[in-house]
Write a protein that binds this ligand. Structure first.
Ligand code: SF4
Ligand code: SF4
Ligand code: SF4
Length: 785
């Protein structure tokens, strides 16, 4: 507040206000931060706010922007952008109009400062022009672009039409009740349109801020009428049109009575529509009987979840009007997407929520189909704890933004991979082939288990399977959308494929068999290519890849993450470049829409979103490990099955591997296969039982607890893998010291140290995560009580 007051003391148009008034006025202003290149004022359009520059650089000499246009009612003559990140004190156009009405001396100071056009200044000083200015700033005729005018099924449409007819036939004010987002404003706007037409004033006031912004006008109407600036009554604000008072029950009882007196008079210069929000937060509307009696008509809008048959009709109507507006084909909503729309409860925002979901889906759909992957619901990702954004340093920024560098590294890895296959198949005797073969099993595979919990899916950044698959996909474009079945049950496919590969590796002794290894790699690559030719983006990586499933699960709690500030995405972004792509760089291969990305499972760290986002809103963060788990919301909950399976197979691989030499091979293979199969099935079933039901959008406590065991389970897999690191058995770590008896040494094998670290870290992180998850839930329970 102090900072606002200090900045406002420096702007000339508030110079004539007393200190107390300036403090009051400062409450209407808000801080906003814009990235470099943000368009604040657009030439030919009315500004939506007045901006006062506090920090940063604009391509304008002026420190105060938008004010002259709002006062003169003329559109801006030039576009103004930020040349670097800027911090601004802003006030919305309608709030600016209110402060002009509240303190007419501000208006006169502004006019006084516009000395370069005296004739116009003189003209504008007249009271009638003043009223015009105020009205144009606060009447929201832009509503016509905001609403779709789709009411839903025949029943709902008839109901609304009946109401409009009644309003046309009988005079009287209207009271609308309904939950947040049910469309009370839309009904008000269309009623206004039917009665007065689009161009008549449609003024929106808010009951919550009514006393602060309008109370004095009602209380001192007579005194105000004597003023040369505000020579009109309260109802005159919307004379000839509609005065829409949102949350009318939030007005103080004293003012409600005064308002009832004004509305109770015989002559009305405008239609008044009041709206009341009715939901769990506002169970008991406090509308005074005197005011309630002023409304001859009333209408209650049912929540969307109670009229589900309206949902597909509204959704279809939205995409149709968007398609018409943007001259695109009308996208088809798949039946699975419609089912998903029907299954949601819309408690967050009713029709408004559905509109937002459908608008987003329309712009995200790259083909003329809207499927499950384009429907994003519910809360956006939360900002959790403090993080260090690596992009704040130039080195990392150019590293992650440089597509060329990442491309080159991916190509190097793809060529090495192809050379490895050639070596394994055709030149197995070559000493180099043997060395590389040992390294693949001894270093690459264990390092996936060891490094993913720290660095996330960094392997995917350079993965040759992905590069080769993408190369083929660029030539053979996929045409069809991914079937919903694959999206719904991807965790099962990943679990089965992973269990199969692990079994094949141990059963066939693949670690010492070059041809089998080559075959396995070729099968994975072949499947990846087939999926990428059939389906868009990296469907293989997101829904099928067993390696991706493993390292994705391991990376849930990793130190590294890619995230965006959801507030910037929702309020400033209209292009969704992170999902759609830009300037030849494709959108997110994993079909992620950044404001909804809240975990690492399905982010393959390709960094395309970093270079695609025009708002510089994507961050590559270092964070506290494992913290993500107790904040999980939108995670693929089916992965509870995968986690259970990962845990289950630990038993046979730990127990049967050492018995390899002590049993006849056939017997060992049989017992191993049976135990492995049973353990994988039991583990998966346990994960499913603990995590079910998977239907809820937000992760439940049980899901979080299943995910909390990831560090321990991955620790178990690391213990298994460590034994295969070449030379690990011969490596010792120790120290020595002299004593009277001679040199004393203490040492430990690197393998034991690795085991200890993996188990200790796994137990510690799991214990912390389980503890914090339970603590969070008991805290929430206490608050609810
Ligand atoms: S998900 Fe699989 S194929 Fe895709 S990049 Fe990762 S490891 Fe490679
Ligand atoms: S990350 Fe960038 S491109 Fe994506 S939605 Fe947010 S602001 Fe838009
Ligand atoms: S584009 Fe961004 S969100 Fe999508 S996979 Fe790549 S790094 Fe992750």
């Amino acid at each position: 507040m102090k900072e606002k007051f200090h900045l406002l003391s420096e702007v000339p148009f508030l110079a004539d206000l007393s200190q107390q008034d300036r403090i009051e006025c400062a409450r209407e202003f808000h801080w906003e931060i814009y990235p470099k290149g943000a368009v604040l004022i657009e030439a030919g359009k009315m500004p939506v706010a007045v901006y006062i520059l506090e920090e940063g650089k604009l391509d304008s000499e002026d420190k105060v922007l938008g004010m002259v246009s709002l006062v003169t009612g003329k559109a801006a003559t030039e576009t103004i952008r930020s040349l670097e990140p800027v911090r601004l004190l802003t006030i919305k156009a309608e709030d600016f109009a209110r402060i002009l009405l509240r303190w007419p001396q501000i208006y006169s100071t502004i006019i006084g400062n516009l000395t370069d056009n005296l004739a116009e200044t003189h003209q504008m000083l007249s009271a009638s022009r003043y009223k015009e200015v105020l009205r144009s700033a606060i009447q929201l005729t832009r509503y016509k672009d905001k609403f779709y005018g789709i009411w839903g099924s025949v029943k709902t449409t008839h109901e609304v039409e009946r109401l409009f007819k009644k309003l046309q036939q009988t005079e009287g004010h209207l009271l609308i009740r309904g939950e947040r987002g049910t469309g009370r404003q839309m009904v008000a706007w269309y009623a206004h349109q039917q009665l007065f037409g689009e161009t008549a004033p449609f003024v929106v006031l808010n009951g919550q801020r009514f006393e602060q912004q309008w109370g004095y006008l009602l209380k001192e109407e007579k005194k105000a009428a004597e003023s040369s600036y505000a020579a009109f009554t309260f109802e005159d604000i919307a004379a000839g049109g509609t005065l829409f008072i949102q949350e009318i029950d939030q007005i103080t009882p004293e003012l409600q009575i005064r308002l009832a007196q004004v509305l109770g008079t015989a002559h009305h210069s405008c239609l008044v529509i009041g709206s009341i929000q009715e939901d769990t937060k506002h169970k008991d509307p406090q509308l005074m009987p005197e005011l309630a009696a002023c409304f001859e008509h009333s209408y209650s809008i049912a929540p969307l979840r109670e009229r589900k048959r309206d949902i597909p009709i509204i959704a279809q109507g939205i995409v149709e009007s968007l398609a018409q507006k943007h001259q695109r084909n009308v996208p088809v909503l798949t039946s699975e997407a419609t089912q998903l729309l029907l299954s949601h409860n819309y408690r967050q925002g009713n029709v408004t929520e559905l509109i937002q979901v459908m608008e987003r889906a329309f712009f995200l759909a790259d083909q003329d189909v809207i499927g499950l992957e384009q429907i994003f619901f519910g809360p956006t990702a939360e900002k959790i704890g403090s993080k260090i954004n690596l992009l704040q340093w130039g080195f990392f920024k150019s590293l992650f933004k440089s597509r060329k560098l990442l491309h080159s590294l991916q190509w190097i890895s793809a060529v090495l991979f192809l050379l490895l296959i050639v070596g394994l198949v055709f030149l197995p005797q070559l000493p180099l082939t043997m060395k590389v073969f040992v390294l693949v099993w001894g270093l690459w595979w264990p390092s996936l288990a060891i490094l993913s919990p720290l660095l996330g899916r960094l392997w995917c950044t350079f993965c040759p399977f992905s590069k080769i698959m993408e190369f083929v996909q660029d030539r053979y474009h996929p045409k069809r959308p991914l079937p919903a079945l694959f999206v719904k049950y991807d965790y099962l496919m990943v679990s089965v494929l992973f269990a199969l590969i692990f079994w094949a590796e141990i059963f066939t002794g693949m670690r010492s068999h070059m041809l089998f290894t080559a075959l396995l790699l070729l099968v994975i690559q072949g499947l990846a290519i087939i999926v990428s030719v059939l389906y868009p983006r990296h469907a293989w990586c997101r829904h099928f890849c067993p390696l991706g499933g493993f390292i994705g699960t391991a990376s849930i709690g990793s130190l590294l993450e890619v995230r965006a500030d959801a507030a910037v995405c929702l309020n400033k972004c209209t292009t969704f470049d992170c999902y759609v792509g830009r300037d030849g760089v494709k959108g997110c291969p994993m079909s992620q829409h950044l404001p909804y990305l809240d975990n690492n499972l399905d982010c393959k760290l390709c960094f395309k979103c970093v270079s695609n986002c025009q708002h510089e809103n994507v961050q590559v963060n270092l964070r506290v490990p494992a913290r993500e788990v107790w904040h999980l919301t939108r995670v693929n909950q089916g992965y509870a099955v995968f986690i259970g399976m990962l845990m289950g197979i630990l038993f046979p691989i730990m127990v049967f591997e050492p018995l390899h030499g002590s049993m006849p091979p056939n017997q060992w293979q049989l017992w191993f296969t049976l135990t492995y199969l049973l353990a994988a099935l039991l583990g998966g079933a346990l994960g499913w039982w603990l995590g079910k039901p998977f239907k809820t959008k937000a992760a439940s406590k049980r899901i979080k607890l299943v995910f909390a065991f990831i560090p321990l389970i991955i620790g178990g897999h690391i213990v298994y893998q460590i034994g295969y690191i070449p030379g690990i058995n011969d490596l010792f770590l120790g120290m020595g010291y002299y004593e009277e008896t001679g040199m004393q040494t203490l040492f430990i094998t690197a393998k034991s140290l690795g085991y200890g670290l993996a188990v200790f870290t796994g137990i510690l992180l799991t214990a912390i995560t389980v503890g914090l998850t339970l603590h969070q839930y008991s805290k929430a329970k206490n608050i609810n009580h």
